[in-house]
Design a protein around this ligand. Structure first.
Ligand SMILES: Nc1ncnc2c1ncn2[C@@H]1O[C@H](COP(=O)(O)OP(=O)(O)OP(=O)(O)O)[C@@H](O)[C@H]1O
Ligand SMILES: [Mg+2]
Length: 280
């Protein structure tokens, strides 16, 4: 088996890379893929700061220092996927050899259907390693002009290090009116999806869970679900937006009603699995 490796990158910090990486990992796990999320920000904890990851035998820094095997640094994260996080000591930083990430990715490819590498900010040699080795680089940007201009530069950089950009994900869309088409014109990459501004993202981080697990019906969760399935070349499950028992019936629920009983039963079990039984 050879799995697929995604890298999540941006031109500007704080635009939603880690949120995207965490939620895509959870959605692809929902879609029955084995998934590992790698927190490749060697200076700063990202994934570990927003997700309650069990401690593993080793850290990514140990692995990059040649002191541990990749699989020793993998631990369970909430959301049915695995995560590999870095150490938090300042000494860890000096020990890690970024170029070893390539071997780590190859090891993970053998073991998992999907590897998602969350990257840090800055444009040093360290940060470009995942961009060159990934099968698909996912560029993340907010719709602001400055962020998009930096994203366009990052796209050039990915091409220069021999990476493949899959497309652009616009995050935190909302508030002030945003012309998505105009935003996308600034970056010469296909638009993969837009994620709305959603206050529950911060709540899910405080709870240490991916948003798609914490609040599966929320707007940003729905958008991440659509995006995640699309990246896998599949249709997302029937939407359960507004689909609670005594609430209004959504288009998805109406569809389920006209479908035959077996399909309905399948839907319900899928719904139940997606929401951990919270809805179905
Ligand atoms: N769709 C969203 N709606 C509301 N808030 C969001 C959304 N996505 C991300 N955020 C918030 O934006 C902030 C930055 O998000 P995140 O940590 O994912 O960005 P990042 O690109 O990984 O940042 P860094 O470059 O520092 O690693 C966080 O406080 C997060 O809660
Ligand atoms: Mg981050």
């Amino acid at each position: 088996m050879t799995g697929r490796v995604f890298a999540v990158a941006s031109g500007k910090g704080g635009v939603g890379k880690t949120t995207t990486a965490v939620n895509l990992a959870a959605v692809m796990a929902e879609a029955d893929r084995s998934v590992v999320l790698v927190d490749y920000d060697l200076g700063m904890a990202n994934v570990g700061a927003v997700l309650d990851v069990e401690p593993a035998e080793a850290t990514l820094h140990d692995v990059l220092a040649g002191d541990a095997d990749a699989l020793d640094a993998v631990a369970e994260a909430p959301g049915e996927f695995d995560a590999m996080v870095g150490g938090t000591d300042i000494e860890d930083f000096g020990r890690a050899d970024p170029s070893k990430l390539r071997e780590v990715a190859e090891d993970l490819r053998e073991e998992y259907d999907v590897t998602i590498v969350d990257t840090g900010g800055g444009l040093s040699h360290d940060t470009t390693v995942p961009l060159g080795l990934a099968d698909d680089v996912l560029l993340v940007s907010t719709p602001q002009v400055a962020a998009l201009e930096n994203t366009a530069k990052t796209l050039d950089l990915v091409e220069r290090v021999g990476g493949d950009v899959e497309g652009l994900i616009l995050t935190r869309v909302g508030g002030a009116a945003v012309d998505v088409d105009e935003a996308v014109e600034r970056v010469d990459a296909p638009l993969l999806g837009t994620i709305p501004e959603d206050g529950a993202v911060a709540d899910s981080e405080a709870a240490g869970e991916p948003l798609v697990v914490y609040a599966p019906e929320n707007p940003a969760a729905q958008s991440y679900r659509e995006l995640g399935y699309e990246l896998l070349g599949e249709s997302p499950p029937v939407s359960f937006r507004d689909g609670d028992e005594d609430g209004e019936v959504s288009a998805g629920a109406a569809f389920a009603e006209v479908a035959d009983e077996q399909a309905e039963a399948d839907n319900e079990s899928l719904l139940s699995r997606l929401t951990g039984g919270r809805l179905g």
